[in-house]
Ligand binder design. Sequence first.
Ligand SMILES: Cc1cc2nc3c(=O)[nH]c(=O)nc-3n(C[C@H](O)[C@H](O)[C@H](O)COP(=O)(O)OP(=O)(O)OC[C@H]3O[C@@H](n4cnc5c(N)ncnc54)[C@H](O)[C@@H]3O)c2cc1C
Length: 407
Amino acid sequence: MPSPHLVLLGGGHATLPTLARAHEWTAAGIDVTLVDPQQHLYYSGMVPEYLGGVYAEDEMRIDLARMAHTAGVTYIQARAETIDPTAQTVATEAEGDLPYDVLSIDVGSANPAVPAPAIATKPIARIRTLATQVQRTIDVPGAELRLIVVGGGAAGTEVALNVTGRFVGTGRRGDLDLTVIERNDRLLPGFPSGMRADATARLRRRGAKVKTGTTVTAVEPCGDGTRTVRTDTAPDATADAVLWATGTVGPPLLHGSPLPTNDQGFLCTHRSLQVQAHPRIFAAGDCAAIDDLDLAKVGVHAVKQGPLLRTNLDRTLRALSDTKAVPQPRDLKTFRPYPLTPLILSTGTSDGLWTAGPLWAVHPWLLRLKHWVDRRWIRPYAPTQWGDASWRDFLGAESATSPGRVG
Ligand SMILES: Cc1cc2nc3c(=O)[nH]c(=O)nc-3n(C[C@H](O)[C@H](O)[C@H](O)COP(=O)(O)OP(=O)(O)OC[C@H]3O[C@@H](n4cnc5c(N)ncnc54)[C@H](O)[C@@H]3O)c2cc1C
């Protein structure tokens, strides 16, 4: 058998360790191809603080084309349309059918039922539209922004905290009319009650409205560029921008796919990240539902799966090269999640909100810890932006209320 061909479908957070070390395979004559319609991956951990003005766009994105080029990987900038596991091909609109011997899928997740006039948080790069609107408002004295965030989970709440923090920090608190609408009876469902209360109180102190127990039923465009937001409990509201942060479902690529998916449309995998009954196909990150684990769709898990995905792809490629057969399950490593999922949210002020399971804490050093974790993580993938950073930069205390990096 000639050298196997590895196709990386989606350059998500879980794929970065694989891409970073892909030169080891390409140097040995193994063909590796990356397929992703987006040249840049936006690091989700930094996105709320990007809206808060702490980060510039190029500080929180990873150039997938550059990483591929450096590693000798062929980069196809295209969206995969279908996967045919029988023919072992991936179909892309731009390039037709692409054959693979081993396939790694890391295409993330999708927002359910996004109304066309709303800004989806998936794929996360779409949030740049909101960043542009926030920046334009900040740049023009007296301009106002009416923003409705639909979904008060971790993503929606952290965005709301950072956008309100930014308007407060620039002395423009009165120019932002921000409402968070959440279907559950509290913000941050599933998080410790003290943390929920802390985040809600911070938002209200900054003039934001928090409407819980309310479901958005429609978002409609108005002729003047604004949107009408209809809900099941309150009168209609008008907004300049609507952010749709309502959780996740399986990505469109997997709709109707012959691969095994659960009832939310995520790929069923073993703890080795192998797709069930398809030992040549691996899946990681949000798009994967691992055996008996019910993991939240957060980047923390995608990031933890990254090195394991790389190891198991390596063992599979070696086995195919040496024995022409896929490795036995016992020869692959198995994923062990964190016992409690750790998260640190930026509050938009100098505080970080840390949580893991039922535990939570709030303190300025937790924001520094978040910066240290985020900046250390992105550094090897974004060397142009972060390569020269010192430990002081990593532990920086910049926040939306004291923007230190972006004007
Ligand atoms: C505002 C916000 C803030 C967040 N903050 C945090 C946080 O602080 N901590 C945390 O743990 N999680 C956070 N999350 C969740 C986090 O974003 C996701 O869990 C994480 O991005 C999942 O990574 P992934 O590897 O599954 O795929 P992603 O990083 O989503 O990447 C998927 C890649 O696949 C590509 N792709 C998609 N479809 C196709 C296709 N058909 N063909 C080819 N390529 C395709 C995309 O272009 C993209 O590059 C946040 C989410 C949001 C919305």
